[in-house]
Structures are given as structure tokens and as C-alpha cells.
Design a protein around this ligand. Sequence first.
Ligand SMILES: Nc1nc2c(ncn2[C@@H]2O[C@H](COP(=O)(O)OP(=O)(O)OP(=O)(O)O)[C@@H](O)[C@H]2O)c(=O)[nH]1
Ligand SMILES: [Mg+2]
Length: 375
Amino acid sequence: MPTSPRKPDWTPDDAGDAFASRIVSGVAGGHDGLDTGQHAAATPGRGPARRPLSIDDYAAGVLAGDRAVLARAITLIESNAPAHFETAQEVLRRLLPHSGNALRVGITGVPGAGKSTLIEALGLALIAAGHRVAVLAIDPTSSLTRGSILGDKTRMEGLSRAAEAFIRPSPTGGVLGGVARKTRETMLVCEAAGFDVILVETVGTGQSEVTVRSMVDFFLLVLIPGGGDELQGIKKGVVELADAIAINKADGDNRIRAEAARAEYNRALHYLTPVTDGWHTRAYTCSAETGEGVANLWAVIERFRERTAESGAFAARRRAQAREWLHTLLDEQLRAAFYDRPAVRAALPAIEAGVMAGELPATAAARQLLALLDG
Ligand SMILES: Nc1nc2c(ncn2[C@@H]2O[C@H](COP(=O)(O)OP(=O)(O)OP(=O)(O)O)[C@@H](O)[C@H]2O)c(=O)[nH]1
Ligand SMILES: [Mg+2]
């Protein structure tokens, strides 16, 4: 196995020693995206020699809350190598009965709305209240990831040092579906490791909000007070997915505008069907920077949990999400299995050309290709 250490993809070239994390190629490598001190013992620039872990080691280590093993388990799950897949799935199968106990909160909003700053403020308050917080990110636009992670390193400084918090950057590269699978499985592993609040940050790309909504209990949309049309800059339909809207940066000169935005959103929300049965989505103001209103946001989230647990909406959503997830995976794998077939690959170009030339009806063409599955 190659053991030469390399820095994670998202490490800026000029970061020097500011980034202590590194990746050792292969399963034995790992990083948790943090300077937790656990890596401090390792010689800078040299990966620590890592013993390969067995499935038992992974499961036991995660359940014991061992951060190093947790980080390695996530790296295993994120791996695209087919050889790691079976091990990863077996580890997950062992951990699944111990997962599900966290409150899963998705946080989205336009770039720069203050999501990371809010997560830092909220996370630190939660830790002070005795919670253990895992922060995950879904950012399918990997070229942007570098910048965001760099920002997150500084914006979540307190959290990234806290023993009760765990921050995992978005798995880089790949399509949204792949990134989402990894994040969802990472969430389960974090729950098995004892984290009781999972915060999933995503940048607003439209589709990524839908994806995050499908894996969390509570979905928070972070907005900033802006002039003119308050709904500008948010992808259509995203407001409809939210369980709460936080008008952030309600500080200094922004206060009054933030209050106005809150009132405007509350009026608009009045006409929307709430995304969660028995819950009214409302807008609130807060300042991630001063901390004002952050405790109230958490109170809203807790109230949501109580209400939906009582009504059964909480458990119903979890069940529906699990089912939807299965079908998403099935769709994905069916497609992959189909397009990977040598017969399909061989036949596709000519059939495509026939359809494009108007010589072959698309329906007949599709049927002809699907018939190759039986061959
Ligand atoms: N005045 C003020 N500035 C804030 C507040 N919250 C965040 N900021 C600033 O807004 C900028 C963006 O904050 P981030 O937390 O990185 O925003 P983000 O939404 O995570 O950004 P991306 O991850 O890049 O989409 C930073 O300069 C923050 O210091 C706030 O409550 N008040
Ligand atoms: Mg951010």
C-alpha cells in the first residue's frame, strides 16, 4: 500500500503548517479536517504509520467515540475505491442500530449569509449545554469548496478546537448524488459515535437544498436583509422547504432592515403550505456575530422536535426519508448498471444517432436498448 503522505485536496497551497491534517493514500489514511491536537503528535509532513483496521476495530472505535477511528471510518465511507465499498457497508451495517439518536438540522442560505458563523455560535452554545455536535457540509461544487473550507476553518474556530464537536468538510469531487450518499452515511456514523446534534451546511445551489432537506429533521434557511425584493437570490422553492427562516446579521445598521425583512417573510409564509405537518414556518432575526437571537433559534428547533415527536410527524418523516433514500439508491444503481453494460455501450451511439436523425422514434429506441438488459 502506498504510504506517502499528501495534503487533503482542500488544503490551500500556501497554507504552510496551518493545516495539520493530511491524507495517507488508501484505507489506512484519514483526516478529520481538524486541528484537534490528535494529529499534533505526528511529525509534520510525515503521515503517522497507520495500522489497518478491521471491521470490528472500526465499529468498536466509533462506538467508543474514538475520534481518530471515526475520522478513518468516514474516510473509508468516502472512498471511491471499489475495494473499500464492502468493508464500509459492513461497518455501516454494524453501526446502524446505534444511529438515529441525533437531531439532524440542515442549514442553507446564499453564499456569505453567515451559515458557518451561525453554526459556530449555535454549536458553542449547544456544547455549553452539554450537547455533542457534528458539523458536516454538502458542497457539490468542489471548486468552491476550497474557499468555503478555508472560511470555515476560521469561522468555526472555537468549534474546531472543541472536544465535543466534530467538523467534517464536504467530500470533494463527484456529483451531488455521490456527495449526498457520503454525507448521509457520515451522519449515521457520527450518531453512532455519540454526537446528538448534526448540523449539515449547504450552499444554495437549488438541488443541494432538496438533497439536504431529504436527510434532516429540521431545515433552516439563513437569509440576510437586502434592499428591494427580499426573495431575490434564493432559488425558487427553497423557502417552501424551510422549517424556519433566520434573518441573520440583524446587528448595527442592519437591525431595522432585518426586522422589516422578518415581517415581510412572515407575511409571505402565511400563504405557503408548511413543509412539516402541524408546524408553522416563521422568520426570526438573529446575529451570528453578536449571538443575539441564536438561543431563540435553538428554542424554536427544540419546540419543533417536541411538537413533531408528539404528533408523530418526526418519526413519519424519518421513515419516509429512509424509503426515499432506498429508491434514490436503486434508481442510481439501476442507471449505472444499465449504462455500464458492454452491449449498451456498444449499441448506444448508433441508436442515439438514429434518434437524432429522426429515423428512429425515441420510444422504440429506448425499448430496444432496455431489451439489452435481458441479453
Ligand atoms: N455583521 C455581521 N456579519 C456576519 C454575521 N454572520 C456572519 N457575518 C459575516 O459574513 C461573512 C460570511 O460569513 P460565513 O459564516 O462564512 O457565511 P456562509 O454563509 O457560511 O458563507 P459560505 O459558506 O461561503 O456560503 C463573514 O465575513 C462573517 O464574519 C452577523 O451576524 N453579523
Ligand atoms: Mg460557510
